[in-house]
Design a protein around this ligand. Sequence first.
Ligand code: ADP
Length: 239
Amino acid sequence: MNQSAPISKSSENEDVIFEVRGLKKDYDDGSVQALRGVDFRINQGEFVAIAGPSGCGKSTLLQMLGALDSPSEGTLNYRGKSLPDLADPAAYRAREIGIIFQAFHLLPTFTAVENVQLPMFETDRPASERKDHAVSLLKSVGLEHRINHFPTKLSGGERQRVAIARSLANGPSVLLADEPTGNLDSENAHHILDLLVSLHREHRMTMVLITHDPSIAARASRVIHMMDGRVISDSNPPL
Ligand code: ADP
């Protein structure tokens, strides 16, 4: 069990969640420049879409925000702390953020309620409370009738709801979503976006949503457009 303390807020400006300056990421010894100097700031409670065509660097950027990979150059801070310098990136992912992906990434041999409990093993939450909390999260995403189902018995939309419930297990203040509706038909995509919008509104969660689809990006209150590893426009940058 991970006992490390949660990351404390920066004393300078508690509203700044992500501060990204001159961020670069090279792959293959520099022959691929996925990020070529990205700058933005995301404040607490914003709903930001990062949009742009396939290959422009969106997923690479999300990997950096999720501390799943390290930048080649630049500043990447979460609440004033440098993400590449975190002693325990797994604790950051388990406690501070939730992440959902296009492909859901549920464990196939675990039921819905077991999948949702997985992140809680990274915390001190007592075993007796884990299942009840997972059940209440599944109810909150409209899956009270699918609690003991395995992922193969769920529709795509239901699988993404389980993944969303799992991402909320430890009460993160930030949700990172990488093409969350990319594997869904338009009706299910619409419902999942509605769910994300209501999570943002009701819990004042900070949302960062990656999409290549302008109609999905339009659901966010701010759109950062990327092209060729750079930000080319930012609809509503914070002051
Ligand atoms: P997007 O999410 O916008 O489609 P990506 O961030 O996945 O873009 O990719 C940006 C660029 O980096 C692309 O040229 C892609 O081929 C390259 N790339 C991404 N990941 C890797 C990797 N692990 N190794 C080498 N090149 C990569």
